[in-house]
Design a protein. Structure first.
Length: 740
């Protein structure tokens, strides 16, 4: 009886175990895609040892997080962006070398060019295409977008970001992230916060007041977190108010995680950590790079003399800090849990990216071309010199150091290798076909690119050849600008001026041909004073990616009506710029003394005439604005108002206008800028067509950040709204009142 009972129990146990064990092994709850990321994280953390959790806090290599085989936790495989996908085999000095592992992907226009489209839907399509290419290449995460504000025009990375205005940058970053993450790829908004100069980027301490941070330098990050639900945020190299961003509890823990409710993980910039406990406790979740590649890189004297810090969150260091009581187990749960949460949210456990997919597909190429075309800004067009066709232009001379080479992007970690790229000269030749004869002269070279061309005698000779070509042609198209050797991550530009020899070349050519068009192929504003009054037409083509050459040809010849608008004020002189006198700082400190008066806010307040204002961009057609209405015109605090107007294409070509809406608070206890961008819409209209455009102004659009209340405050009183084609081309005004 007893034995029988025992046997029954044993049989039952064996049955239960047999029934349960395989099921448990096959599908522990964290592997169940039907559960929420939070539930999966909670389950997985319970199964992990403290050593395993800690190991996740540092990378396993140059661009991979730490995998844990026992639990089937994959590494997150990263790649640089934001304008496409870069090789992940080392720092940009390695991957830019001629013998680097070749990874080709679509090279889209750089960030500032994308910002010049003022087209969040297009940026979202770009993000989607980039997400698809990340997957196709077997990676999981893109290190972009860059949203640092263009505080001053010499910043070497201006070309990567979305310009000077926090509202414009916010709308675009949301598009980019939604596009990327919709594909199950982790986006990384960077560099938090206020990475606004390359000069001493590893050591500079920036003094920035709270209101300025909240109103100018934070909004794009806040939108990335709260509106786009970004899964990763990269901290910046620099210090803000005395602390390295990577170990700033104020930035990472209080603002990002508590105030904004960020649920993803913070990743360090490559070599931006300087402590163990302080960094982990501030809210840094993942230190990069890690493992052997980090050690080899950090052992190089130049890595350290540049000011990089690395190797602080290795398992040995973090475990020692836990043992010493400087880091709690709960903290490590939070760090590892955040990384895992983003991995679950992105689907990395459920749908890994094996690679081997198609990149640079016909659709992606078309998108790159559309984006490059939309980004081009017509700065000046006297005598309607442009478009060249259908006028009687039978020959053009294409001149300049950027004509026969495709300068697709600026230098550093964002520069993408594309499988092909179209030079402006090729684009113009292709479009000109049999209709327009095209000649070419380099005119001047970028200093340092070919020493034999840098002497005064060589320059004089090249200039003469260019002048002769211009004199023989019906029009001269000059493609001038910068190059990655002049405009790059890692250093700032020394001057606003075009590289040596270009101003003289432009002056000489325009004397020989009055139909001279200057095309600027650069990533930030350049000085034009030496020649702007003599040259009838100027186009800004930025760094337009692989299709830049096709795009500029289509604008020059009139196939595409330009619609780009400046996302950055173009100053006349460096002395006029907001941070002048407070950049690059002294003794490794710089004070953001201009406060919220960045970009047009500064020019408007000081009544300074820029060379070209924020929002400026001409068209080949004309747009009329009418019927501006604000409803209601009296509204209680906390409510919204609707602003509507009609825009009409009164010219003879199809084209797009970017309608801009600025707001001015008439009565405030705080100092408020004369106007701030709070709405914009790109509308494509056929000749004679009109469209009504409606904007919603929410309380935030009327608010300033109150340092007394540590909150956004909209004060009762009168407000003005301005609608126009640029910040200095206001066509309509209206008022409304905010009541208590
Ligand atoms: C840059 C980052 C980049 C990282 C990895 C850093 O030097 O500042 O933007 O993502 O390198 O290449």
């Amino acid at each position: 009886m007893r034995i029988g009972w025992l046997l029954t129990v044993c049989a039952l146990l064996v049955f239960l175990l047999a029934a349960q064990t395989p099921k448990d092994d096959a599908a522990p709850p964290y592997k169940n895609p039907k559960l929420t990321p939070d539930a999966r994280v909670a389950d997985l953390l319970r199964r992990m040892t403290i050593e395993e959790k800690v190991s996740m806090l540092a990378g396993s290599g140059w661009m991979e997080s730490m995998p844990i085989e026992r639990l089937g936790i994959p590494a997150i495989k990263m790649a640089d962006g934001p304008m496409g996908i870069r090789s992940w085999q080392g720092s940009s000095s390695v991957t830019n070398a001629a013998n680097a592992m070749r990874v080709t992907s679509t090279s889209f226009p750089a960030g500032l060019a994308m910002a010049a489209t003022w087209d969040p839907d297009l940026v979202q399509q770009q993000g989607k295409a980039i997400g698809q290419e990340v997957k196709a290449l077997g990676r999981d995460m893109i290190l972009g977008p860059t949203v640092n504000i263009a505080r001053q025009p010499l910043w070497g990375r201006n070309f990567e970001g979305y310009g000077e205005d926090p509202y414009l940058a916010s709308r675009l970053v949301v598009g980019y992230i939604k596009g990327v993450q919709g594909e199950g790829v982790i986006a990384t908004v960077k560099h938090f916060a206020a990475n606004n100069q390359e000069f001493e980027r590893h050591r500079i301490d920036e003094k920035i007041d709270e209101r300025t941070l909240q109103e100018i330098y934070f909004p794009a990050f806040q939108a990335a977190v709260q509106e786009a639900g970004v899964w990763s945020v990269m901290s910046a190299y620099n210090k803000v108010n005395g602390l390295y961003c990577a170990e700033s509890p104020r930035l990472l823990r209080d603002v990002l995680k508590k105030q904004w409710g960020f649920k993803g993980f913070v990743i360090s910039d490559w070599g931006s950590t300087y402590s163990t406990a302080a960094t982990v406790n501030a809210g840094m979740d993942l230190e990069m790079p890690g493992g052997e590649p980090m050690k080899l890189w950090f052992a190089k004297p130049s890595t350290q003399s540049d000011g990089n810090g690395a190797g602080w969150l290795t398992s040995a260091n973090v475990l020692a800090a836990i043992q010493a009581g400087h880091i709690t187990a709960a903290q490590v749960n939070d760090n590892a849990g955040r990384i895992l949460r983003s991995m679950f949210a992105a689907g990395l456990f459920d749908k890994p990216h094996p690679g081997g997919g198609a990149v640079d597909t016909p659709e992606q190429k078309t998108l790159a071309r559309t984006a490059a075309s939309e980004s081009i800004v017509l700065l000046k067009n006297e005598r309607d010199v442009l478009p060249l066709l259908p006028k009687s232009i039978h020959s053009v001379a294409v001149i300049g150091p950027n004509a026969a080479v495709a300068r697709t992007g600026g230098g550093g970690s964002s520069l993408v290798r594309s499988s092909y790229s179209v030079t402006p000269l090729d684009g113009i030749r292709e479009r000109g076909g049999n209709q327009v004869q095209v000649s070419y002269a380099q005119g001047v070279s970028i200093p340092g690119e070919d020493a034999s061309k840098d002497s005064p005698a060589a320059r004089a000779q090249m200039r003469e050849q260019a002048v002769a070509a211009a004199a023989r042609a019906d029009a001269a198209i000059m493609i001038v600008g910068n190059a990655p050797s002049i405009e790059s991550e890692g250093f700032d530009r020394k001057t606003l001026a075009l590289p040596e020899g270009q101003d003289e070349l432009i002056q000489a050519v325009v004397k020989a041909n009055k139909n001279t068009i200057v095309v600027i192929n650069a990533g930030s504003p350049v000085a034009m004073d030496p020649w702007i009054d003599q040259v009838p037409a100027v186009l800004m083509m930025w760094y337009g990616g692989q299709e830049g050459g096709h795009a500029i040809a289509s604008v020059l010849f009139g196939d595409f009506t330009p619609s780009g608008k400046l996302p950055m004020t173009f100053p006349r002189r460096i002395e006029d710029t907001p941070a002048f006198g407070h950049y690059p700082g002294e003794n490794l400190r710089t004070e953001y003394a201009e406060g919220i008066y960045v970009g047009y806010r500064h020019y408007d307040r000081g009544n300074i005439a820029p060379l070209f204002p924020f929002g400026h961009g001409l068209s080949y057609t004309k747009f009329d604005y009418s019927d501006l209405k604000v409803t209601p015109d009296k509204v209680a605090s906390g409510r919204r108002v609707q602003v509507s107007l009609t825009v009409r294409n009164s010219g003879s070509r199809t084209g797009a206008e970017v309608v801009q809406l600025y707001v001015h608070d008439l009565k405030s206890t705080a100092d408020r800028p004369p106007q701030e961008l709070k709405g914009f819409r790109r509308v494509l209209l056929d000749p004679g067509q009109s469209q009504s455009v409606t904007f919603t102004l929410d309380p935030r659009a009327m608010s300033f950040y109150s340092t007394a209340k540590h909150a956004w405050v909209a004060e009762p009183g009168g407000f003005e709204v301005f609608a126009g084609a640029s910040s200095r081309d206001i066509r309509l005004k209206a008022n409304f009142e905010l009541t208590k």
